[in-house]
Write a protein that binds this ligand. Structure first.
Ligand SMILES: *Cc1c(COP(=O)(O)O)cnc(C)c1O
Length: 397
């Protein structure tokens, strides 16, 4: 996920437009801003690129998830189903609203297992949050029909899958709401930033108000605006939004290079007997930001991961023991370690995560290795990496 590899003159020019006027805020100061509205411009361009009616920029991907949930009316005691393999932002955003994260198994797509989702539904369930990890998607057709059947909101976390598609639609645009991150290691970056997309006019209006203290954004005098409901401050700054405009223009080139590099690595290691790949649901196309593969056993996978590091192959991840992305590493969540007291609903409704059976997820994550795909590699470097990966893996099988 290489936005950070690609910072150049275009980004500097965009930021300069903002620095020249000094209007660093996205609202107001109309006379001073020389007609630069970077956040608005990025929102318009991003909505067009993703094919959604509305886009709301915010300060991070975590903020985007929080704003999306709040906009759909999720609050105290509402249950949100999320996967065991994701980023900590999933449960952080849910808990921030007093809602309850319900963790369920993943399958060989490395995303939510639809059967596990259906089994976890209770009368308190309000939302299903698939997370399109490492460039590829959940089985959105199956999840959508579960959501329709039980009248639940489908919220896609597409933070790691910008540019991937499912049934011809850009990821993030299939569900009721979609979220993106533009942090420094995502496919495109603003430094820090995020976006909520939706075709639902009401959710879009809620998101617009909620991320700016509940401001109604009517008229030209911020001080005179009213607050139809409570909000918070999740605004993006004009400087960050400006970077995003330049990055978005590079997205198609980034995706093209990712696919080329991914394909070389994949074609080299798929010749190894015992190596299989993460399942991409039918009708889906990855964004090729990672190459995700399985080895036959957890033991062999750990050996291969060590052999890759020893061979100098960088950026290969073994998520099973990683602190950020898998439930094994979330000791603070499993034991509900918070600074202050959590709400009564959270304390009474949370699963006992230390004693919940996630053996199905373990069986998959224990055998998964993901190689980051960089766009800065030269063709020679990609070929060398492919061969180094192949011999490191072969040496352990
Ligand atoms: C990066 C990421 C987020 C959060 O994004 P930030 O902008 O870093 O807050 C959420 N979900 C997933 C899957 C991510 O990878």
């Amino acid at each position: 996920m290489p936005g950070f590899e690609f910072f150049g003159a275009e980004e500097r020019k965009q930021v300069h437009d903002v620095l020249e006027t000094g209007v660093l805020m996205r609202y107001g100061f109309d006379g001073m801003r020389n007609n630069h509205w970077k956040a608005k411009e990025f929102e318009k361009a991003f909505a067009e690129r993703i094919g959604s009616d509305y886009c709301q920029l915010v300060s991070s991907g975590t903020a985007a998830l929080t704003v999306a949930l709040a906009s759909a009316g999720i609050g105290a005691g509402d249950e949100v189903i999320m996967p065991t393999f994701t980023f900590v932002a999933s449960f952080e955003s849910i808990l921030a609203l007093g809602a309850v994260p319900i963790l369920v198994d993943i399958d060989d797509t490395l995303t939510l297992d639809p059967q596990a989702v259906e089994a976890a539904i209770t009368p308190k369930t309000k939302c299903v949050m698939p997370v399109h990890m490492c460039g590829s998607m959940a089985d959105l057709r199956a999840l959508n029909s579960i959501c329709k059947k039980h009248n639940l909101i489908l919220l896609e976390d597409a933070c790691q899958a910008l540019g991937g598609t499912y049934e011809g639609k850009p990821l993030g645009s299939y569900g009721d709401l979609g979220c993106f991150s533009f942090d420094y290691v995502k496919t495109i970056t603003c430094g820090e930033g995020g976006a909520v997309i939706t075709n639902n006019e009401k959710y879009a209006l809620h998101a617009d108000h909620y991320q700016d203290h509940g401001h109604d954004h009517i008229g030209k005098d911020r001080g005179a605006e009213t607050h139809p409901f409570l909000g918070y401050n999740f605004r993006i700054s004009e400087l960050n939004a400006a970077v995003g405009i330049a990055q978005l223009n590079k997205l198609d080139d980034i995706l093209k290079t990712q696919k080329e590099n991914y394909t070389i690595l994949r074609e080299t290691i798929e010749t190894i007997e015992g190596v299989t790949f993460r399942r991409v649901p039918e009708g889906g196309e990855e964004n090729y930001s990672f190459l995700n593969f399985f080895l036959p056993t957890a033991e062999l996978t750990q050996k291969a991961h060590k052999a890759l590091a020893k061979a100098g192959v960088d950026a290969c991840f073994y998520w099973f023991t990683n602190n950020w992305h898998y439930i094994n590493g979330w000791e603070h969540l499993r034991n509900l370690k918070s600074l202050g007291k959590l709400s009564a609903e959270v304390r009474s409704q949370m699963q006992d995560l230390n004693n919940t059976d996630f053996s199905k997820s373990d069986a998959i994550m224990g055998r998964t290795i993901s190689s980051l795909i960089k766009i800065g590699w030269t063709p020679k470097q990609v070929k060398e990496r492919a061969e180094a990966m192949k011999s490191a893996i072969l040496s352990t099988l």
